[in-house]
Write a protein of this length. Structure first.
Lengths: 157, 81
């Protein structure tokens, strides 16, 4: 399983809010263990999904600050099961964004129903610490789509 | 906010028991007052008190009273303990 836990960004105002989606295929190996006969998306993955979504919103705001890294899960609540194949909508609202840290209130929904929420704290890692050429393809696709919509060539990829 | 409330808030930031802090508690005696603890403190100051801590604030902190001093400087702490 790759650890890209955001499929698509639906809406984003950099440094303010983001709305994105993720679906885990029922074929993912993890569902064999979590749990046999009762497959559900692990809460740690839901938390990581929310963190990745909020992280993209922060990175889009100021790439020079570095890559946002999850530093603290201040509060997290898991309110309902998420089944394999269900589309999870990830919502992030940036509460504070400073040079050294950022805080976000995030939640996830399935069919408009709240399934989990979390308060997350991020620190930043300099781009030089990552592999050369490391790119955020999900963010780039969103930007391309947004640019296309601006010029009247919107695609729905 | 009085000093007792401030000390309990600082304890919460560093994931220590309420009542465990005094102004004289040293940084090296708080296990979680590390780089992550500093980040949590900065975020907490920002969120709860709208205080943006400076690098000078961070670098000169040696004990809990230095955190109280930042709160005092921004008029977030009663002047009398």
């Amino acid at each position: 399983m790759r650890f890209i836990l955001v499929d698509k960004i639906l809406e984003m105002t950099p440094g303010r809010t983001i709305r994105a989606v993720k679906t885990l295929s029922p074929a993912e190996e993890l569902f064999q263990d979590h749990f046999p006969g009762f497959p559900v998306v692990p809460g740690v993955l839901l938390t990581e999904m929310m963190a990745q979504a909020a992280g993209k919103c922060l990175f889009a705001e100021d790439p020079k600050r570095g890559r946002p890294m999850l530093a603290q899960i201040k509060v997290a609540s898991f309110r309902d099961w998420v089944r394999p194949g269900e589309e999870i909508t990830l919502v992030g609202e940036i509460r504070s964004s400073r040079p050294q840290f950022a805080a976000a209130s995030c939640h996830a929904e399935v069919h408009g129903h709240l399934v989990c929420s979390a308060e997350l704290l991020f620190s930043f890692q300099a781009a030089s610490n990552f592999a050369e050429g490391y790119r955020d393809e999900v963010l780039e696709r969103f930007r391309e789509r947004a640019a296309g919509e601006t010029t009247g060539n919107a695609t729905n990829s | 906010m009085d000093q007792r409330e401030a000390l309990n808030w600082i304890a919460e930031v560093f994931e220590e028991a309420p009542g465990s802090m005094t102004p004289e508690t040293l940084r090296e005696d708080i296990r979680t007052w590390d780089s992550m603890g500093v980040l949590t403190l900065m975020a907490g100051m920002d969120e709860k008190f709208s205080i943006v801590m400076t690098d000078a604030d961070i670098q000169t902190m040696r004990k809990v009273d230095d955190i109280l001093a930042v709160l005092r400087k921004h008029n977030k702490l009663d002047q009398t303990p």
